[in-house]
Design a protein around this ligand. Structure first.
Ligand SMILES: Nc1nc2c(c(=O)[nH]1)N[C@H]1C(S)=C(S)[C@@H](COP(=O)(O)OP(=O)(O)OC[C@H]3O[C@@H](n4cnc5c(=O)[nH]c(N)nc54)[C@H](O)[C@@H]3O)O[C@H]1N2
Ligand SMILES: Nc1nc2c(c(=O)[nH]1)N[C@H]1C(S)=C(S)[C@@H](COP(=O)(O)OP(=O)(O)OC[C@H]3O[C@@H](n4cnc5c(=O)[nH]c(N)nc54)[C@H](O)[C@@H]3O)O[C@H]1N2
Ligand code: SF4
Ligand SMILES: [Mo]
Length: 760
């Protein structure tokens, strides 16, 4: 079993003087860590290292039980990279020059105030990240939506979790998983689809490997068009054609119904059936649902998906008949023009079989970034959201937040703001005149990149970027670059994949004049309000001195909602190894499994007085019942044809993090995965006369790049894979920006390309 990437061995460095509790800053698994610093006074702790972090250890008392992956183990080096940005830099005459913070803030204020005077509050925008702390995300949501009445504020989670969030809301009325990592220890069948978790959530995957090794009859199903490292652990591997998931998921439901393996009792008590007819949502009967599934026979599914009918039947039977089934999915499902439908289909399988709301039986969408859940989703950083499950488009929710924030009724703009792709589109045209990007690198990570890079580089609008490094593929396009504190150079709270909130201490000072994002945000908000002649209001809206003050307001904003964080005081979070919401009172242990009173959700009885045990209390309008949706297969935005005969899919490797600004600075990681490549199946390679390590040209309708070929029996025939991490090979110049019409999440996983040997 693949385990090489993981290590339980801590770096025993003798002269660490103090270990301080924090959280890994990379993936949404959210491993607890301890950072080891030295004082730099003794023989074994020489002065040049004074006050520096020299090691990390996994937190043995946290869910990860001390384990970290290769990236986590090497975290300290990201703090000390040579290209750390230490001072604000302003573009003057085509060059970046160092300026003071005062100059930087004055210019930024002037440009944003000017934009608002010219074009109203729709003319300014903020593009944030699932890697900002909760306090930072909440502050920006309040500043823009409550303070300015400006909704053009979104985050990179739009590229990542938007379909998952919309899927949960559509099915249960509320976002975020009901289950926990603990379910892994109780599950008998794992259905992993569109996730290469051995490389992307390695420590969670390790728990699955441990469960498999208990000697019990544990089944693992992996559905992915590539034979990934994750797939090598599968008892049943389904190498589907990219884009065909809906056919398989509907065919699995078809089999479950035909074989009478569905849970009638559960359906009667907890489920409604829904469909879209004439652009309206309507409730339908179980019989109509069964009729809808008629056409999705395993044989039809075989034709469209490239998986054998027997495999589909086997997957359905294992899923339905196991003692407890847990499914896990990620970008192979979310980054799709049918992403929301696919998320609903995942939930359908659990509701149909009653594989839900008990230990081991649960759907769990894996989140990508360390704070996509806590920050962008829960605290309301996305352009259609308000904090803690409230929506911009909902009048009552707007009223509640206006009252809570003490602002005049009607201040919050009732029209949801632009989503990521549209913000960059409009910025390019000049209608957004000032844009601030923080903690994300869209100059590399947006799809259909060339058009958006042109927009960011052309100068009708003013572009501010705060990042920890310079240059990046985004800072190089900016007018003003602000130096940000990174990871444990600032404190804050993070919310990860299983609703666990964790506080991360500030351990060391940032380099040069770098500041925490929160400090930059607070100062900018104060100055902008001053420039707009609204000093008094600023005092009322932003009474915060530090992140703890913001955290206290956040808890109040969540009070009484289904997220209730009142029990998570800062003092308690400091001592604990994370707490799972809802956690309504100080003595409350947190909630491992939602929607079930028997397994510890205290909100069930409070929000649904008639419930004996399970209640989907988020779906009040449907009588606290979750929805099984009739969701037909939709073809991807682009399919292969004679001109572009291959499907390009893009994604991740274990060693690197997204755009590589951090991991490419770490010698072992850089040496382990130094250059971009394209994975090609041996049969395709032979037909194209391409050999391993040959240079190939790969082109889509939008652009081309030259890469080394890696001929490997991983992608299925007709599919090629390129990682997203390499800043000198921008694979996103090829990808499509077509997006899901509900979630507005783009289809990074599928576009049509042509491949040929490159002239050398
Ligand atoms: N090492 C590392 N770990 C990370 C990250 C990182 O940058 N590096 N980033 C984090 C973030 S933000 C995210 S969002 C997650 C992403 O985590 P994952 O989603 O696990 O990673 P990806 O490699 O993007 O894509 C997963 C798989 O989807 C498959 N796929 C492509 N098309 C389809 C399809 O049509 N159907 C199905 N079923 N599968 C398909 C791909 O072959 C790929 O193996 O990782 C997180 N963890
Ligand atoms: N082709 C392709 N493209 C994709 C994807 C894909 O699968 N395929 N996946 C998409 C997904 S799921 C995601 S999440 C995005 C991720 O894409 P990005 O968010 O653009 O990638 P990161 O490299 O994580 O960017 C984070 C930036 O913040 C900086 N930084 C780090 N810490 C701090 C801090 O504390 N403060 C500030 N101000 N800056 C900081 C880093 O140096 C870096 O430049 O990419 C998307 N793009
Ligand atoms: S699994 Fe994710 S959170 Fe854990 S150490 Fe690795 S990158 Fe960090
Ligand atoms: Mo992501």
């Amino acid at each position: 079993m693949h385990n090489a990437a993981l290590s339980r061995v801590s770096l025993e460095i003798p002269h660490v003087d103090k270990w301080i509790k924090a959280v890994c800053r990379y993936c949404g698994a959210g491993c607890g860590v301890y950072a080891g610093i030295i004082h730099g006074t003794g023989r074994l702790s020489p002065a040049p290292f004074s006050g520096k972090v020299i090691a990390v250890e996994g937190d043995r008392d946290n869910w990860n039980k001390g384990a970290l992956c290769v990236k986590g183990h090497r975290l300290p080096a990201i703090l000390y990279a040579e290209d750390r940005l230490k001072y604000p830099m302003l573009r003057r005459g085509g060059r970046f020059v160092r300026v003071s913070w005062k100059e930087a803030m004055d210019i930024m204020t002037e440009r944003f105030a000017y934009a608002i005077k010219q074009g109203g509050t729709d003319a300014v925008a903020f593009y944030g990240s699932g890697q900002l702390c909760i306090e930072e995300s909440y502050f920006m949501a309040k500043f823009f939506k409550g303070g300015l009445g400006a909704n053009n504020i979104d985050a990179n989670s739009r590229l990542c979790m938007a379909s998952a969030a919309a899927g949960y809301i559509g099915t249960y009325g509320k976002d975020e998983p009901m289950g926990s990592y603990d379910d892994i220890f109780h599950a008998d069948c794992f259905f992993i689809i569109g996730s290469n978790m051995a490389e992307t959530h390695p420590v969670i995957f390790k728990l699955i490997e441990e469960r498999k090794q208990t000697g019990k009859d544990i089944k693992i199903i992996v559905a992915d068009p590539r034979k990934t490292i994750t797939a090598s652990a599968a008892d049943l591997y389904m190498g589907l054609i990219p884009g065909s998931d809906a056919v398989i998921l509907n065919a699995m439901q078809h089999v479950i119904v035909k074989e009478n393996l569905y849970n009638k009792n559960f359906l009667e008590n907890h489920v409604v059936f829904k469909a879209i007819r004439d652009n309206k949502t309507v409730n339908v009967t179980f019989e109509e649902y069964v009729k809808f599934l008629d056409e999705y026979t395993p044989e039809t599914a075989e034709k469209l998906s490239g998986c054998r009918a027997e495999e589909i039947i086997k997957a359905a039977l294992w899923f339905a008949a196991s003692g407890a089934t847990m499914s896990l999915w990620c970008m192979g499902i979310n980054q799709r023009t049918s992403g929301v439908y696919l998320n609903n289909l995942m939930h359908n399988l659990h509701l149909l079989t009653g594989q839900i709301c008990r230990p081991g039986a649960t759907p769990l969408s894996l989140t990508g970034q360390p704070n996509a859940c806590g920050g962008t989703r829960d605290a309301g950083l996305l352009s259609h959201l308000l904090p803690y499950g409230r929506f911009i488009a909902n009048e009552k929710d707007r009223g509640d937040m206006e009252k809570f924030w003490g602002i005049p009724a009607g201040r919050i703009n009732p029209k949801p703001g632009l989503s990521t792709i549209d913000i960059f589109h409009v910025f390019g045209k000049g209608d957004i005149k000032a844009l601030w990007i923080a903690c994300t690198n869209p100059g590399q990570s947006l799809p259909n990149l060339s058009s958006y890079r042109n927009g960011m580089g052309s100068k009708p609008g003013f572009l501010v970027v705060s990042d920890a490094y310079h240059p990046t593929r985004t800072t190089e396009l900016a007018d003003l670059v602000l130096p940000a504190a990174l990871w444990i150079e600032k404190d804050g709270t993070y919310g990860q994949s299983e609703r666990r909130y964790q506080y991360s201490e500030k351990v060391v000072e940032p380099p040069g004049e770098a500041r925490s994002d929160l400090k930059i945000m607070m100062e900018f908000a104060g100055q902008l309000f001053h420039a707009l002649g609204r000093d008094d209001e600023a005092k009322m809206l932003f009474p915060f001195k530090n992140s703890e003050d913001v955290w206290d307001e956040i808890r109040q904003a969540s009070q009484g909602t289904t997220y209730d964080l009142m029990g998570m005081t800062r003092a308690r979070l400091k001592k604990s190894h994370g707490l799972q919401w809802p956690c309504p009172e100080e003595g409350h242990p947190g909630t491992m499994r939602r929607y079930t009173a028997q397994y510890g959700d205290s909100l069930v009885r409070r929000l649904d007085t008639t419930a004996s045990d399970i209640s989907f209390y988020g779906a009040k309008e449907d009588g606290n019942r979750a929805a099984i949706w009739l969701r037909p297969y939709k073809a991807p935005a682009e399919s292969p044809d004679s001109e572009y005969p291959f499907i390009l899919t893009t994604g991740r490797q274990i060693d690197h993090w997204h755009t590589g600004t951090m991991t490419m600075k770490i010698l072992e990681l850089k040496l382990s995965s130094p250059d971009a490549y394209v994975e090609i199946n041996p049969e395709d390679a032979a037909r194209l006369r391409i050999k391993n390590n040959d240079r190939v040209r790969i082109a889509s309708r939008r652009g081309f790049i030259i890469l080394e070929a890696k001929v490997i029996d991983a992608p299925r025939k007709g599919v090629v894979f390129v990682p997203m991490h390499y800043s000198d090979r921008l694979i996103n110049t090829l990808t499509t920006d077509a997006y899901d019409e509900i979630s507005k999440q783009p289809e990074f996983k599928i576009c049509a390309v042509r491949i040929e040997a490159a002239m050398s």
